[in-house]
Design a protein around this ligand. Structure first.
Ligand code: NDP
Length: 399
């Protein structure tokens, strides 16, 4: 019997939903590169239900309890008296979502003597100290591709919202105004702009493909070049460093993982490389950016807009400057947890658990750390080390 501790975000303040706006989800056959969608032996939820909140339980309770396991679900994850900390000493598996991350620091690994696996219900395992996982021989797995396209949609939405000045214009409509000049004094077309992505992985490439019909000029920065036929199809300009990309682009989006190599890549120095009035969209991870440097760049006009859904830490404290800085298009961390995405990552977590309990190999594309080193997709996209520093600040939320 194993003990699984699952950290999920709270239910809606109106209570767990009893109905939804739509009756079903579109059925997807495969991901764009041909990778198969999650293939658990069964699921015990209806796709389209809210699964990522505490009462949704990722649809796992029946499966786990019928196999004799103990399943603890909580949203209490920060501060020394959290339920997570209380349950850790005899936990075999910890599951959490990047939207409401259980920061698995070295201190928590030291407490969790029985821990064998940490699962990210989503993509991005930077909330786990990968070095500590390596040192403690704990497997880290995530559900690669489950919400990459969801995030790409959010990126394009945010770019358009910023460039066209959508959010303030909507606010004028709500408050009864007809202040066209107020709305359009910061409104442009994206057509013809130079738009670039830092990283052209699953999300970055999807963003490039979605943007192509807008007749923009597309750029990307990545350690590995895309195939020549993709570069030709999308008429891409490749850059091998951030300075070159930033100097060329009007709009930049960040789509690389957070790891020690990428932490704070956007800072007071690198922001000087951007064109005055550039837009920056970050749905990858808050810590890719220096928090105060971004807020200062919006105040000075060096950036015309900043948007996205990722913060550090999460939940962000109530006085986090990105909540109130000018020209921001921020949301809480939601892009990868649409009801559509939840159905995929809940099924992916179930697949990972089935493999773990039945001693079957976990797909390479889901593995980040295994056997004391970076493995599978983790060996390709991450670097060893720790990006969880400072996460204790999350305990300030709600205070
Ligand atoms: P992928 O692994 O498909 O892509 C990541 C890309 O980042 C790879 O192409 C990799 O390059 C590139 N990369 C890694 N390090 C660097 C670097 N130093 N400089 C430039 N490029 C680099 O992942 P996804 O596209 O699916 O997801 C990307 C990230 O987005 C996740 O790690 C996560 O942090 C975030 N995310 C956010 C979500 C949200 O809800 N907001 C949901 C899902 C993901 P290469 O392969 O060439 O080495």
């Amino acid at each position: 019997m194993a003990k699984i501790v699952c950290v999920l975000y709270d239910d809606p303040i109106t209570g767990y939903p009893t109905s939804y706006p739509r009756d079903d989800l579109p059925r997807l056959e495969r991901y764009p590169d041909g990778q198969a969608l999650p293939t658990p032996e069964a699921i015990d939820f209806k796709p389209g239900a809210l699964l990522g909140s505490v009462s949704g339980e990722l649809g796992l309770r029946k499966y786990l309890e019928s196999n004799g396991h103990q399943f603890v679900v909580t949203s209490s994850k920060d501060g020394a008296d959290s339920v997570l900390d209380r349950e850790l000493p005899d936990a075999d598996i910890v599951i959490s979502q990047p939207f409401w991350p259980a920061y698995m620091t070295a201190e928590r690994f030291a407490k969790a003597k029985k821990l064998k696996m940490v699962v990210t219900a989503g993509i991005g395992s930077d909330h786990t100290d990968l070095q500590a996982a390596i040192d403690n021989n704990v497997t880290v797995a995530e559900v690669t591709y489950c919400n990459s396209n969801s995030v790409a949609e959010h990126v394009v939405m945010t770019m358009l919202a910023l460039v066209r000045n959508y959010i303030p214009s909507h606010e004028w409509a709500v408050k009864g105004g007809w202040n066209i000049a107020d709305c359009v004094q910061r409104s442009y077309d994206i057509e013809g702009m130079q738009v670039g992505t830092v990283a052209a992985g699953r999300i970055g490439l999807r963003v490039l493909r979605l943007l192509n019909p807008f007749d923009v000029h597309l750029h990307y920065l990545d350690r590995h070049r895309l195939p020549a036929e993709v570069e030709a199809e999308l008429n891409l300009t490749h850059h091998d460093n951030l300075e070159s990309l930033a100097r060329a682009c009007d709009v930049v989006t960040l789509n690389c993982p957070l790891h020690p190599e990428t932490e704070h890549m956007i800072n007071a120095d690198s922001l000087k490389w951007f064109k005055r009035g550039a837009y920056l969209v970050n749905t990858a991870r808050g810590k890719l950016c220096d928090r105060d440097a971004v807020a200062a760049a919006l105040e000075s006009g060096q950036l015309a807009g900043y948007g996205g859904d990722v913060w550090f830490p999460q939940p962000a404290p109530k006085d986090h400057p990105w909540r109130t800085m000018p020209y921001n298009g921020m949301t809480p961390h939601i892009s990868g947890t649409s009801l559509s995405a939840q159905a995929r990552y809940a099924a992916g977590v179930r697949e990972i658990l089935e493999c773990f309990f039945e001693n079957r190999p976990i797909r390479d594309e889901y593995l980040i750390v295994q056997g004391g080193h970076l493995a599978g997709v983790g060996a390709h996209s991450y670097s060893a080390g720790n990006a969880t520093k400072g996460s204790d600040e999350a305990a300030r939320f709600g205070k």
